[in-house]
Every structure is written in structure tokens, then in C-alpha cells.
Design a protein around this ligand. Structure first.
Ligand code: MSP
Length: 481
């Protein structure tokens, strides 16, 4: 039985500050992490996010504004970290691939793979896409262009490179994926990866000539070569895992990534780890792409929106709630602002917000004393098992839907019991207090269940409802007009 958990997100390129699309994955993983901490204890859960700072894309972005790459990435990394903090992403470390301890781990990793005989020297000619930081094979081209970056000019590159013997892992990976469905829990994605493997893997270039691309770590014992950015970046997970003593069989390792980079995480990364002699990750959760009002989020469309802009306007937990409840891992997601406003008013302002404010106000005006025990997370609560199971299966919409059934039920019960009517009649104080204490209990349960998803709101409600004399507060979710 694994006792520790290591949860990671993809680390974002520092060619630009992240937008809400990048942040989507951080919200998903943060909810999962907060749930794990509640169940298994904070000390057993380790959570890392950060920035992927090397490579041609970042080098080119720095060049465009005329600064050295390190200076450029310092600024972006700082800004990204702030963006994630506005969303209450509770990472234990914000790792940067330029960090010194990461450099050491990358060097050691390279040497291990080399010593095991999986790295050799060769020459490579191919089409390189800067957008993907990867060579694109002819069979992947769509209309002669990279499918992910149709407007980026592909460069023909011939270089001396070091190669990783990826092909040798084709059967190993096929078996590993097929025999461990939990490795890629989203079935459509698992099938995609198995389909891809059918074509067989080819050895992959894992270094670039320094004369062409200088921004990265030098290959150990060959300073004319720079380690390929993906090889370097994937190792960030191990750098952190080793730091917190959690890259072992006692640890469940869970990576959250977008569908576009699943291949690197389920095919290249396990092969690298196997070659170097490390434990493989247990689960790679892939999500779809988030669009905005039905459109792709992109600079050229001009609809890039930062997490902080949304948080300042609508509050952190409404953004978290919407993305956790109304998107499915299997599909691409959309942040439709009209739908967002409807949901905000219905679920948050009229649903949770109204319940909390009605009960608090009634408790205050009727002088009802709270007889609740202080809450504990593992207290047996309605639907607890079902919700826990949904989170373990990364089904956040189901978990939130189940919690909202309790919210709706509590609002209905309150309306039906109408304690404000009873309060008008003499001698009914005890009955009023009983009804309200039932409601207080429901609100405490709901907030406890909401801690992973809407941590600030849930904590605020718990603080308010742990007072002996509960008092009315400001509305949690003022209605949007
Ligand atoms: N640097 C690599 C990841 C290396 S992990 C060892 C990278 N960076 S990225 O900045 O392009 O993307 C970071 C993450 O954000 C990826 O998981 C990617 O799928 C995700 N997203 C980027 N745009 C997105 C949306 N519009 N929607 C959802 N996720 C998106 O890839």
C-alpha cells in the first residue's frame, strides 16, 4: 500500500506568462492534492509545479526583447508564480529548470542512462518545430506544417546529436500501458497512446549543437552539445521527488498534463526512467484543451486571459468551481463567460451563498447557539465515500454535483421548515434552534467537502460556523448583473 503521494503539473514554458488555459491543469491537480492532504496528512503529499525555461522557444523570446534568456525567464517565472498564487494553487515547490539542484540531477540522470548503454552519438536531419520544441516527422505533417503550430516555419536541421535508444522500449511500453489501465486513466487517451505505439518508436535526438542552440545544460563531458529541452524538463519531477524523498515504491506518483504532451509523459518519460533505473510514474492524468467562448486561447486571436484578471473580477473560487465542475477530462473544455455568469448566479449566489447567508442571519437574529462539535475531515458525513471515490477517479464534476445535491437539499429543507415563521410564535425557540442546528451541521459538512475545490470559501464558512454565536457576514457571491 502506497503511503506517500507525489503530484505534479506540466511546467510551463517561459516564453510568455501563463494564461487561464495553462492554469486549468493547476486547478485540477490542486483540488486532487488538497483532497489527498485531507485524507493522508499534509506530510505525505508532495506537490510541484514550475517553469520549463530552456530551449529554442525561450531563447528566441528573450532575443526578441533584447535580454539574455536568464533575465527573461526570471521575470516570467516570477509572474507565473504570482498567477498561480492568485488561484490558491498550493504547490510545495515552484521548480525552475534553471535551478541548481535540477542541473545536478539532470547530469546524474544523463550519466546513468549513458552508463546503461542507452545513449549513442549520431547525426540527425529533420524538420524542427520551435513551437513544440521537437522534430516533426513527415507522417505528422498536416499540409506540410506542424499540426500544433501551422503558422510556425519549420526549419530543416542537420546536426550531430546524442540519441536515446527509444525504439528498444516499444514493447515494454505497450505492455506497461495495456497491463496498467490506471497508468492512463482516461480511456480515449490510453487508446491514442497504444495506437501511436503500433507505429513503433524511433530513437530520439536528446541533444542540440550548442552553436545552434546554446540555452540549456551542456551534455556531461561534451560541452559542444546542449541537452534537449524535453529530456531536461521531464527530469524536473525526479529532482523534486528526490528532494522530498518520494521517488520510491511507497509513493504514488501522479502527473497532470495536457493531451498535447501526453506522449512525452507516457512514452518518453517512462522509457527514460526505466533506462536510468528509477521507478515509473503510477498515473498520468491528461486533460483536454480549454477554450474561451468557443475559441482557442491564443495571442493571435487576442483573447489571452490571465488567471489574475478572472480572479479579480469574479473571485478565486468561482473560477475554480466553474472549471472543476463544468469540464470533463475526456473532452476539450470551454470557459463560456455567459454560461459562467449563469452558473455563478444559480449555483454560487443563489445556491451556496444564499444558504449560508440565510442560516447565519437566522442564527444571529434568533440568538441560536451553535451546538456543533468542531469538525474533523474524516468525520462520517453524507455522501463522503461517493465523493471521495469520484475524486480518486479524477471525476471532479461528479464530486461537485454530489455536493451540490446536498446544497440544494439544505436550501429546500430550510424553505419548507420556514423557521422564520415559527420564530414569530411564542414558545417555539427550541424548535427553531433545532432546525437551525440541523442546517448548521449541513453547512459544516458541505464546507468540509468543499475544502479541496474552493479552499478559501470553504475555510471562511467553517470559521464563521465554528463560532458559538454565528453572525451574518458579507455575501460570499454577490449576484452578477
Ligand atoms: N514545457 C512543456 C511541458 C513540460 S512538462 C515536463 C509545455 N509547456 S506549455 O507551456 O506549452 O504547456 C504547459 C501545460 O499547459 C501543458 O500541460 C499544456 O497542455 C497546458 N496548456 C496550454 N494551453 C492550454 C489550454 N488552452 N488548455 C488547457 N491546457 C493548456 O508543454
Amino acid at each position: 500500500m502506497q503511503k506517500k503521494y507525489l503530484v505534479t503539473t506540466a511546467i510551463d514554458y517561459t516564453n510568455d506568462v501563463i494564461h487561464i488555459g495553462h492554469a486549468y491543469e493547476k486547478i485540477l491537480s490542486d483540488a486532487y492534492v488538497r483532497h489527498l492532504r485531507g485524507v493522508h496528512g499534509k506530510e505525505n503529499v508532495h506537490y510541484v509545479t514550475g517553469t520549463d525555461e530552456h530551449g529554442q522557444k525561450v531563447e528566441a523570446a528573450a532575443k526578441r526583447v533584447g535580454v539574455i534568456p536568464k533575465e527573461y525567464t526570471n521575470e516570467i517565472a516570477q509572474a507565473n508564480k504570482k498567477e498561480l498564487e492568485t488561484l490558491n494553487i498550493s504547490f510545495d515547490r515552484f521548480i525552475r529548470t534553471t535551478d541548481e539542484d535540477h542541473h545536478i540531477v539532470v547530469n546524474q540522470f544523463w550519466q546513468k542512462v549513458k552508463a546503461a548503454g542507452f545513449i549513442y552519438e549520431g547525426e540527425y536531419t529533420g524538420l524542427y518545430c520551435e513551437g513544440d520544441e521537437a522534430f516533426v516527422t513527415p507522417s505528422e505533417l498536416v499540409d506540410g506544417q506542424c499540426p500544433n503550430h501551422p503558422t510556425t516555419e519549420l526549419k530543416t536541421v542537420t546536426e550531430k546529436n546524442y540519441f536515446f535508444k527509444w525504439e528498444e522500449f516499444t514493447n515494454f511500453l505497450g505492455d506497461y500501458i495495456a497491463q496498467n489501465p490506471a497508468f492512463i486513466p482516461v480511456e480515449v487517451r490510453r487508446n491514442e497512446m497504444l495506437g501511436f505505439l503500433k507505429g513503433g518508436l524511433h530513437d530520439i535526438s536528446i541533444s542540440r549543437e550548442k552553436a545552434i542552440m546554446a540555452w540549456g545544460f551542456e551534455v556531461p563531458e561534451d560541452d559542444s552539445q546542449i541537452i534537449y529541452v524535453w529530456f531536461d524538463a521531464l527530469i524536473n519531477y525526479l529532482t523534486f521527488g528526490l528532494q522530498v524523498n518520494a521517488w520510491d515504491d511507497d509513493t504514488k506518483i501522479v502527473h497532470f498534463v495536457g493531451k498535447d504532451i501526453l506522449r512525452w509523459h507516457t512514452l518518453l518519460w517512462p522509457a527514460m526512467l526505466q533506462a536510468a533505473g528509477y521507478k515509473l510514474p503510477d498515473t498520468v492524468v491528461a486533460h483536454g484543451f480549454l477554450g474561451l467562448n468557443g475559441q482557442k486561447i491564443s495571442k493571435s486571436i487576442g483573447n489571452v486571459i490571465r488567471p489574475s484578471e478572472l480572479v479579480n473580477k469574479y473571485g478565486v473560487d468561482s473560477v475554480r468551481y466553474y472549471l472543476l465542475r463544468y469540464t470533463r477530462l475526456e473532452d476539450d473544455a470551454d470557459l463560456d463567460m455567459e454560461h459562467f455568469a449563469e452558473v455563478y448566479n444559480a449555483d454560487l449566489a443563489n445556491g451556496l451563498g444564499n444558504l449560508v447567508s440565510r442560516v447565519a442571519k437566522l442564527a444571529e437574529t434568533n440568538n441560536v447557539k451553535n451546538n456543533q462539535e468542531p469538525f474533523t475531515y474524516d468525520k462520517v458525513i453524507i455522501e463522503y465515500a461517493k465523493i471521495q471515490e469520484a475524486i480518486e477517479a479524477f471525476n471532479f464534476p461528479l464530486a461537485l454535483e454530489t455536493i451540490w445535491q446536498i446544497v440544494t437539499k439544505a436550501n429546500q429543507t430550510l424553505s419548507e421548515a420556514a423557521p422564520w415563521e415559527l420564530a414569530k410564535q411564542p414558545g417555539k425557540e427550541k424548535e427553531v434552534a433545532e432546525i437551525l442546528n440541523g442546517q448548521i451541521a449541513a453547512i459544516v459538512d458541505i464546507s468540509t467537502l468543499l475544502l479541496p475545490f474552493m479552499p478559501a470559501t470553504a475555510q471562511q464558512i467553517l470559521d464563521q460556523f465554528s463560532q458559538k454565536q454565528i453572525k451574518a457576514g458579507e455575501p460570499l457571491f454577490p449576484r452578477l448583473v
